[in-house]
Design a protein around this ligand. Structure first.
Ligand SMILES: Cc1cc2nc3c(=O)[nH]c(=O)nc-3n(C[C@H](O)[C@H](O)[C@H](O)COP(=O)(O)OP(=O)(O)OC[C@H]3O[C@@H](n4cnc5c(N)ncnc54)[C@H](O)[C@@H]3O)c2cc1C
Length: 596
């Protein structure tokens, strides 16, 4: 359908564009426009930070490279020894993003994600121990802590004397995190009495400090965030969970039995806890993305060695098209994931106001790409891949958690679509009533996402679009034209979905997923284009390869986007829904070849 759309691609000389940190490029896509100013030029890490990072990455290599047997054993035994955690402390890995004046290394989000990419080359559980501490465990103190709280805790968190964990999930509050039941009751002296149980808390068994979210229903709001010390009376944790993957990473319940929390340990304002939780998760997503990229790079190196060493039919299997296709696809996915993760890290580091949708996109794309890579690397290794002696089966098990935690990829897709639609509908006066109420639907979780997603809306007018892809070299222009065409088509499709369903769109999950998937392809593809434009400027061989990756990703994205746009109109949603109903009524699959 969108093949027929005529879009002009100008070739005016590239003017430097002023970024618009108050606008979200991903949300702007829903209005049919590309905010070039927030794409070009692709960010480059500052020289000073590269100089800090290089020896750090070398130290990580030296520390982790020869520990493959340890990681395998800790995976089987399910736990990292205390001596190893101590070594992580000594290497400074708990102070990565804590400002230097509080004893940390003061790394940017981009540099931090790069460190997690390095640790993830060796072991995902190691990355999680470090990442759960920095990305979510103590991030609340960094983002919302007052001067006194920061002075009290950050130096000890930087040295690793205190390890942190993030306590949101409960048995009846997973994706619907706002349904949590842990309570904190204010006492006459201003302190709080905290009671409840959190489940599946990463670092739960080794943490000294918990960021805890509890119900404090009051005039200010329903949920409040607290900083709670593990040593306080009434705080305890359960045994290490026996998990499918990331088995060495500590996951436990954490219980609070009438724990007295002093007034000064409220994080941010009372009643604002849900927004704080979402802001922490949002800000931390590039850590997970960086880890996914590092894991993929390690897998690609293993898979390419395996493909060249293993001979069948008198040839290395690397000569077979079906193996080469897998290797090339992992490389494309990895390049795309890397491009989007570091673009989002740049938005965070540059003080962009609203990167929630972009961060969700980077998490979805990177975690799903990492899972495909693990699956295909194991397939390349064949039977060896299935054996514990080789690293592939652990890679598959370890990768599997990433689309589940820190917001499931389903919930994040719905969030992307709903956030974009809300902004797309606002300037259309006839749709304003519908979008104003769009998050008020009873799907739990969406009600509470509204304040977060709709904090401000993209002003669809007054967007500085810049000259269409004037920054892309000529070879990349055909790919650029694809994004121009599909963005325009997408803007029209998003408006049509809103017009068709109004506020009922919240129940159209099949369509919301399609809109989210198109947004993912557009934004990831645009990040790829921006990066391909700057990479290899002085190196023709590299430029050719990068441009080939960009063009191939674009063709693949184009096919997916075309299919998703088509399926907004022609689909089997009703049949699928009826079939799901029948499966639920039957309690599973009803047929058997015995009876015909
Ligand atoms: C190893 C591990 C570590 C973890 N670490 C932490 C941690 O450190 N801190 C913390 O607070 N939590 C942690 N979690 C919890 C994690 O964030 C939750 O598991 C996650 O949010 C999903 O919740 P749930 O498991 O209850 O799934 P559910 O919410 O029950 O979801 C089940 C399925 O239904 C889907 N679903 C749910 N609602 C909808 C909807 N409205 N529309 C469509 N689909 C829907 C989900 O996408 C999912 O596929 C961890 C979990 C694990 C397994």
């Amino acid at each position: 359908m969108s093949e027929a759309i005529e879009v002009e691609t100008t070739s005016s000389p590239a003017e430097p564009l002023a970024p618009q940190p108050d606008l979200s490029i991903a949300k702007t896509l829903f209005t049919g426009k590309i905010l070039h100013a927030n794409l070009f030029p692709y960010p480059r890490m500052a020289q000073e930070e590269r100089e800090t990072l290089t020896p750090m990455l070398e130290a990580i290599d030296a520390f982790l490279a020869d520990r493959r047997d340890d990681f395998r054993r800790w995976d089987l035994e399910a736990g990292q020894p205390a001596a190893f955690i101590q070594e992580l402390r000594e290497l400074g890995l708990f102070g990565l993003i804590i400002p230097e004046d509080h004893g940390g290394l003061g790394l940017s989000n981009a540099a931090y994600a790069r460190v997690l990419a390095q640790t993830s080359r060796y072991d995902t559980s190691v990355s999680l121990t470090i990442g759960a501490h920095s990305s979510i465990g103590m991030k609340g103190l960094l983002l919302f802590g007052n001067t006194e709280q920061r002075a009290r805790y950050l130096p000890k968190l930087a040295s690793g004397e205190l390890i942190a964990a993030f306590c949101l999930t409960e048995s009846s509050a997973g994706s619907d995190a706002a349904a949590l039941r842990t309570t904190a009751r204010r006492q006459p002296d201003g302190s709080w009495l905290l009671s409840g149980e959190k489940i599946w808390i990463t670092n739960g068994g080794i943490a000294d400090l918990y960021t805890v979210f509890a119900r404090t229903d009051g005039t200010e709001g329903k949920i409040t965030a607290f900083v709670v010390e593990a040593a306080w009376d009434g705080v305890s944790h359960g045994p290490h969970e026996d998990k499918m993957g990331i088995r060495a990473s500590s996951t436990t319940t954490v219980s609070f039995a009438d724990v007295r929390v002093p007034a000064e340990n409220v994080l941010g304002e009372p009643g604002k806890g849900f927004k704080i939780a979402m802001a922490i998760l949002n800000n931390g997503r590039t850590g997970l993305g960086g880890g996914a990229v590092g894991g993929m790079k390690a897998l690609l190196a293993l898979a390419s060695q395996q493909a060249q060493e293993r001979r069948q039919f008198d040839r290395p299997i690397a000569e077979f098209g079906l193996i080469r296709e897998k290797l090339a696809q992992i490389a494309i996915d990895c390049f795309a994931a890397e491009s989007v993760v570091w673009m989002v890290a740049h938005y965070i580091d540059s003080g962009f106001e609203d990167y929630s949708v972009e961060a969700a996109i980077s998490k979805i794309f990177a975690t799903e790409a990492a899972n495909r890579a693990a699956w295909e690397a194991l397939q390349i290794a064949g039977g060896n891949g299935y054996m514990r002696e080789y690293p592939y089966e652990q890679a598959v098990r370890d990768a599997r958690i990433s689309p589940i935690f820190e917001g499931t990829n389903e919930i994040l897709r719905l969030f992307i679509a709903m956030s974009g639609l809300k902004d797309a509908g606002k300037p259309l006066s006839d749709l304003k009533a519908a979008v104003d109420d769009i998050f008020a639907h009873p799907i739990k979780g969406f009600g509470v996402l509204s304040g977060y997603a709709g904090r401000r809306f993209t002003r669809a007018t007054g967007v500085n679009l810049g000259p269409a892809f004037a920054h892309c070299p000529g070879e990349l222009r055909p790919s650029c034209a694809v994004y121009e065409k599909y963005t325009a088509a997408f803007g029209g499709a998003a408006e049509q979905v809103l017009r068709r369903y109004g506020r009922g769109v919240v129940e159209r999950q099949y369509d919301l997923k399609r809109l989210a998937d198109i947004t993912i392809d557009l934004f990831v593809g645009l990040c790829v284009m921006a990066r391909a434009t700057t990479l290899g400027i002085d190196d023709p061989a590299q430029r050719e390869r990068v441009h080939a990756i960009a063009a191939t990703f674009t063709q693949q994205a184009k096919r997916r986007m075309a299919a998703n746009l088509r399926r907004l109109e022609h689909n089997e949603d009703e049949q699928m829904d009826r079939l799901a109903g029948a499966v639920l009524a039957d309690g599973g699959y009803r047929w058997d070849i015995l009876s015909g």
